[in-house]
Write a protein that binds this ligand. Sequence first.
Ligand code: IPT
Length: 968
Amino acid sequence: MLRKVLTVLVTLLVLLPMPLRDPAVAAAAPRVTYDHHSLMIDGRRVVVQAAEVHYFRLPSPGLWRDVLEKIRAGGFNAISVYFDWAYHSPKPGVYDFTGVRDVDRFLRTAERAGLYVIARPGPYINAETTGGGFPGWLKNVPGRARSSDAGFTEAYRDWLHHINPIIARHQVGHGGSVILYNAENEYAVSTDAAYMQDIQDQARADGVDVPITTNDCCDAGSWSSTWAEGPGAVQIPGVDDYPQSFDCANAETVWGPWGEGTTERLRDDAPVFAAEYQAGAIDGNDAGYDRCRELTGPAYMKYFYKSNLLVSGATLFNYYMGFGGTNWGFLAQPNDVYTSYDYGAAVTEARGLTAKYDEFKRQGYFLQAVAPLAKTDPTAAPTTDNPAIGVVARANPDTGTRFALVRHADRAATTADTATLSWTVPDGTYSLPVQVKGRDAHVLVGGYDMGGQRLAASSSEILTHAFVGGRDVAVLYGTAGSTGATILRYSAKPRVTVLEGDVRSTYSDGNLRLDYTHERLARVLITGGGRRPLLLLLGTDETAATFWRTGTDAEPVLVRGTSLVRSTAVDGGTVRLAADTAEAGEVEVFAEASRLRVGDAEVRVTRTPSGSLLGRVPGPREVRLPALRGWRVRDETPEATPGFDDSSWRRADKTTTESPMKPPMKPEPGPVLYADDYGFHYGDVWYRGRFTATGAETAVALNAITGRRGRYLVWLDGRYLGSAAGGTEADADAGTPDPGPGRFAIPAGLLKPGRQATLAVLVQNMGHNDDWTADDNRFKQPRGLVAAAVEGSAASIAWKIQGARGGEDLPDPVRGPLNTGGLYGERSGWHLPGYPDRSWDEAGSPADRPLAPGVTWYRTGFRLDLPEGQDVSVGLRFGGDIPAAARVVVYLNGWNVGQYGGGIGPQKEFVLPAGLLREHGRNTLALALTATERASGGPGPIGLFAYGNVRGGVTVPDVPAPSYPLAR
Ligand code: IPT
């Protein structure tokens, strides 16, 4: 308590002198508060339903709006966002928050889409991003990362003082929608309380005034609970939970191997917070993300999410991921992911909506519509006459509203079971038929003031309800084919008109009981009985998902049909929908209006017996994408030839390093060859080593650490000696490089006595290890050559190194630090639009051009003019099977949008995001292909395709970026 008072005082002292701060605002009561049950915004309880979204995985600010509107329409009222330090900082002290890094714009877009924000600036974020969000240059900073060591402290404070003010000005109460600030990430692994406290102190000093949270790992119970009142403790600790594991390859059999998935309460004075709840998976086994989507599909979501809601009483949820996006450039952390970070999420990497999206919508709409959920305590459960069906219940202590979770008692059960529940709610005791078909779960509501109605109890679930057109409209649903009953209270017998479907009604003692089977969509109009009219829509899971609830509380709109309703506005009797349609079909609108416009078009409507407007909307026009022709080709790899001029390269002569792994080089103690020590942090790096030959040399023994799936290629005096796999994370733990040195025999007669010999080595860098364990042995594990010797020689080798052009001084800050590595073509701008490739050879197609060791570039252009008012999500597809020897980096208009290759992962399709892709204009595609062997058959057929095509979408401006030549 004392600490809290002090913190408040310190915060006020820090805040008061700031001239820009409106004193009225600074003095105002906090807009975001909380108690045991929930967060409160302006005193109003909210259930926070957040989807994790990473702006850095969608390098097109115009598309941020598309994705965030989809998230909002899918029943979320919030997003959770990591801010990736490495993405913004190429060099100590240098930060960029413009263009695709404009987080101000991202936060503004979220606010406009109606989404609250949980801000997670780390400094450590994990997130399968290179270095877990730590910039490459941090590997050169002394002091253990994720601790209060001095060097690290100075570095992370600088990051926080750049990112915090941006977050602070987007807080609720300051013109934005940030409601929570997440300090660090799963800091359970370490116990440096001073570090955890300092992150929070820095945030407060930078004007962060919303509650501070953190996400504790897995089965919490670590420092944030044990230090509940000590230094480092946060206000609202949260817990991460991934109960379904990441075993995408066994999607059909896996069922909760990592636990029950119920969120632990860590503090009595704060709500239960599911800080990261599994909503997809990384694809460590290369099963493909569609399998991850199956693993974490609707059955899992129903069972685990609904169980968690009712068992833990959590009112803060963040689902990881809502939209995964792309590890474009060299953003991927090497050990768990490849280019796509689709994650099997509800919204795909190509921005498509899935069955998981439908389930989120069903659950999210419910959470938004039924306010008493924000404050519940455990209560006696209804009794069941079938022990196979287990029931758990909660009640709102103020309203008496009851919630009952109905699911199999044995969570592994896959049978279909029915039961009759006897449920005592404030209105009486009711008997309800329930059915659980396989791995499913239902949340039933009783004793609820549903708009102007009184819902005594129902065996159907509530999707949403709204007061529109002078009556309540409620959408309830249940498993197709299951029986349902709904009991509503009246002071006198109401008039019941069944407009559609088969619904029987009986009335006695104030109870109107409706009995039905859930099928298609039944419609019942109930009038009189002492209440305003009610239109009850009784559907199935499937028909419920065809509804969209938009508008404001004062002016709600309910829509059935179209593929997505982004927003609605009612004015002068006309309702306007911003909607996407994937195909022609019906649209039905419940609104205070008589005319309908969808996008720019007037839609002819008729008034239905339900009082709604019914019309038809067209689908999108068909789109034909051009074939990729006119390829030009050029081999590079001049670095391998002995005469290559490397005079401008950096001499690799350092003898000390911050890496815990010290180089075993001869002569002792150096040199250090680690790429990061020379400012080359991302992509490929070249080495050239010179020594005087005797002719007695027998082999070159090298080792390189690249991260998983990396390789290195070796030439001696221009002769290709071969390649080897680079070491991986495993060795950092074991202390010895793995898989061990690559040994390359020197062909007899290649080296002449007394003559200078030149080694040339190209090392891939697949990204930096994360720092999940807060262990510098892991995070500061080097990249590049770590051991080099010539067997049979006593001569010392003079090394030079070359990586991405400019190193930490970016020649292309627009595309940023992660876009290119040190290939000759990358350094020379061959990836850029406007590069003069006319002198290159005409290749026909790269598809089956034979491979030779080294790097070959292909370039072509194509023109697009996609239909206006349509959203065509375009991808690049590699057909056939690429030889294991080949790897391709794909550049679209100069942006590195993917890495393709047999050994990298299962991915064959790459998203070409609008904004980077000129939808109306000329595009340049460049491929940098590295081969480790001769092979016939190239990367296979390459073509454009559409992941999806809808009428609607948002306008996506082209992302401005420089063409060839770069200014510096
Ligand atoms: C959790 C991390 O907090 C998050 O950043 C991400 O890496 C996620 O895992 C996996 O995608 S860590 C949890 C699995 C222990």
